[in-house]
Design a protein around this ligand. Structure first.
Ligand SMILES: Nc1ncnc2c1ncn2[C@@H]1O[C@H](COP(=O)(O)OP(=O)(O)OP(=O)(O)O)[C@@H](O)[C@H]1O
Ligand SMILES: O=C([O-])CC(=O)C(=O)O
Ligand SMILES: [Ca+2]
Ligand SMILES: [Mn+2]
Length: 661
């Protein structure tokens, strides 16, 4: 029954109240029964019953297979479930105790709804979360939750988690908003002693096995002391022959959703046959390491044990540590199989022409591999095997600072329900994100499944690359926007791994900071850089790939004087590389770096192609050019005495491919 104040009132409502509104008559007319509603009522007597109607049980995960495939095919669903919990309990086992914790599946807050409580080691004890003694308590496992479930967990239990206006999950990574390379350690044992790259320039800071176990125990005890932990069982590498099974145990829904997005998501069938993981991460990032522990130099430690195939994270919640930790593992495992692991993006044209995009953080791998006219294979981590290129990951991790819908529409549109948005600032009411706001950090990020990019190619594999594009963001402003490289030059620049970003985020006048990071990813490689370089050279030669150096940084002067090269211009340059038109353009050679630069590129003002034209102060240009050349030379000195590949000829050519002055 409704009244609207305009027409005559109906039922028990009398017209003529103040404001002309109908006056509600509370007195019931004689004999009239009050109806709340005339519509049908739900088939529930209680609220609980009503709630139970809302959710339908997920389709049983067995039997999906026909009973003849896979190692677990003969098992009943019950048995399979038990084995899964036993496997998780084993992962969480303290190695000094006999058994792992008692694990049950499901949210402890929903005890009444938990469909089935399985006892792993003590079937006669009824689980209770009121017992705090770690030997008696149960660890609740939230296993491969869906994004919707993880949203609810994050919003209910994790401060700083919000839904943005486009449906993404905004979250905070805590005190750390970037990786901590100085706190990344690797166990040095009999095997890694000889296999890995140690010493000056190496990212592998050594630790011993015992200290690893101390930190592992600390992380495992921390995780077991919690009411619940998240467990993700997923894959790395889209090449089916070289797929790696990873398990991530973490304390935050944010971490679980991040890895759900970034690793390859198993199908229900694949999950059933998951078995034992090849590698396990223990992420106890909220908990610091013990500063009295040997080797610890801060409260953060990211520890890798290749023999145990485990990684422990203490004292940092930045999710990128997990992503890049696993990348390091691939940089160890893949070369052992003659497969080259690459810190690069990759995309493919309609005709199957493939390009790799190498570059250090912030140089444009994600931005330029996400191209509306091409298929995206991946934005950050790949393998190059005899079969071609395969993405290691199942998602992308894009920088968001100053993100705009116009310049990067595909990334903009990928920020929707399911996407993790780290450390962004948003309007408290409308929840609209202000991508220009650096209040929390400049390193704001979005992690989304690769399918969120409309032209992602699934499975994420591609033929052998035709073009190998080395990206450098040169804040000195002296490298040309594009140059064509010889194989030796490609190797020289690959080993150098140069970029220079703006030093201060606010004060634009500061000196740019040159960074040299071998293989465009020294923080993640495990073997000596020349091993990867030799493999890249052999593959490029075999498959006839052309190398390019593209400066996505400054033009017309160093940062503070000139401007960053327009993204639209860089995109035109990349287009010309893809189309093949740039390969046959007319070229001239620059001084000092001896780079071949094109005289014309369609859609790009010709005068910017040679940086000397864009500097009004030619003397400053020459000084800056020589300064950068000197930095390259100093950096390369440590590689001078290293053999690259089988014959010395290439090594000599590479040395000669550096700047000459
Ligand atoms: N000319 C340009 N070319 C490429 N990127 C540009 C250009 N001008 C500005 N940018 C900006 O630079 C940033 C490049 O970051 P991007 O996410 O592509 O880095 P990345 O190489 O993927 O790094 P990471 O390995 O850390 O993910 C983006 O924010 C992009 O908008
Ligand atoms: O690892 C990260 O945090 C982001 C990234 O891709 C990189 O730095 O190369
Ligand atoms: Ca990226
Ligand atoms: Mn990266």
């Amino acid at each position: 029954m409704a009244s609207n104040g305009n027409g005559p009132a109906t039922g028990g409502v009398a017209a003529g109240g103040r404001n002309g509104l109908a006056k509600i008559q509370t007195q019931k007319k004689h004999n009239e029964i009050c109806h709340d509603d005339s519509g049908p009522t739900v088939k529930a007597q209680t609220i609980d019953e009503l709630h139970s109607l809302q959710k339908k049980k997920s389709a049983p995960t067995t039997p999906i297979l026909d009973g003849t495939q896979g190692p677990f095919a003969a098992l009943s669903e019950e048995e399979r479930h038990k084995q899964q919990l036993q496997s998780i309990s084993a992962s969480l086992a303290s190695l000094t105790r006999e058994t792992g914790p008692k694990v049950v599946k499901g949210d402890p807050a929903r005890k009444a709804e938990t469909p089935r409580i399985s006892h792993v080691s003590h079937p006669h004890i009824t689980p209770t979360i009121s017992v705090s003694d770690s030997a008696l308590k149960f660890t609740h496992v939230l296993y491969n939750l869906s994004p919707a479930e993880l949203y609810e967990q994050a919003i209910k239990y994790e401060q700083g988690s919000f839904i943005t206006s486009t449906g993404a999950l905004a979250t905070l990574s805590g005190a750390k908003t970037g990786r901590s390379p100085k706190d990344k350690r690797v166990v040095r044992d009999d095997t890694t002693q000889d296999d890995l790259w140690w010493g000056k320039g190496s990212p592998n800071i050594e630790m011993d096995e015992h200290t690893f176990m101390v930190n592992r125990e600390r992380a495992v005890d921390y995780l077991n002391s919690l009411e619940k932990v998240f467990v993700n069982d997923q894959f790395l590498n889209w090449d089916p022959e070289n797929r790696i099974k990873v398990r991530i145990v973490s304390a935050r829904a944010y971490h679980s959703l991040f890895m759900h997005n970034m690793c390859i998501r198993p199908t229900p069938e694949e999950l059933e046959n998951f078995g034992t993981p090849d590698f396990t991460i223990y992420n106890a990032g909220q908990f610091p390491c013990n500063r009295y522990t040997h080797y610890m130099t801060s409260s953060t430690s990211i520890d890798m044990n290749l023999d145990r195939r485990e990684m422990v994270i203490l004292g940092t919640q930045y999710a990128g540590e997990m992503k890049k930790g696993l990348f390091s593992v691939m940089h160890y495992l893949m070369p052992k199989r003659q497969i080259l692991s690459l810190h690069s993006g990759c995309n493919m044209g309609k005709d199957g022409d493939v390009a790799l995009f190498f570059g250090l953080s912030g140089t444009g791998k994600t931005t330029l591999s996400t191209d509306h006219n091409r298929y995206l294979i991946g934005d950050d981590e790949h393998c190059w095997s005899e079969n071609g290129v395969s993405n290691i990951e199942g998602g992308c991790y894009a920088k968001c600072i100053d993100l705009s819908r116009e310049k990067e529409p595909d990334i903009w549109n990928a920020i929707k329900f399911g996407t993790v948005l780290e450390n962004v600032v948003f309007d408290e009411h409308t929840r609209e994100v202000d991508y220009s706001d650096k209040s929390v950090t400049e390193n704001t990020r979005a992690a989304y499944p690769i399918e969120f990019i409309p032209n992602a190619k699934l499975p994420c594999v591609a033929p052998h690359p035709k073009n190998v594009i080395l990206l450098a963001c040169d804040a000195f402003g002296v490298l040309p926007p594009v140059s064509k490289l010889s194989l030796a030059q490609t190797m020289y620049h690959f080993i150098s791994g140069y970029t220079a970003l703006v030093a201060g985020t606010e004060d634009g006048i500061k000196e740019p900071q040159a960074t040299f990071s071998a293989c465009f990813g020294a923080a993640f490689i495990m073997l000596h850089p020349t091993k990867y370089a030799a493999m890249l050279a052999a593959k490029m030669q075999k498959h006839g790939a052309t190398g390019w150096l593209v400066n996505t940084g400054w033009s017309g002067g160093r940062c503070g004087v000139g401007n960053r090269i327009k993204l639209a211009h860089t995109r035109k340059i990349i287009d010309a590389i893809h189309f093949g038109s740039l390969l046959n353009a007319n070229y001239k050679k620059t001084e000092v770096f001896e780079l071949e630069i094109p005289l014309q590129v369609e859609g790009v003002p010709s005068e910017i192609l040679d940086p000397v034209n864009t500097w009004s102060d030619k003397k400053a240009y020459n000084e800056t050019l020589l300064k950068l050349a000197g930095l390259f030379k100093n950096n390369f000195e440590v590689f001078v005495n290293h053999k690259i590949g089988k014959d010395n000829k290439l090594a000599e050519e590479i040395l000669a491919a550096g700047p000459i002055f």
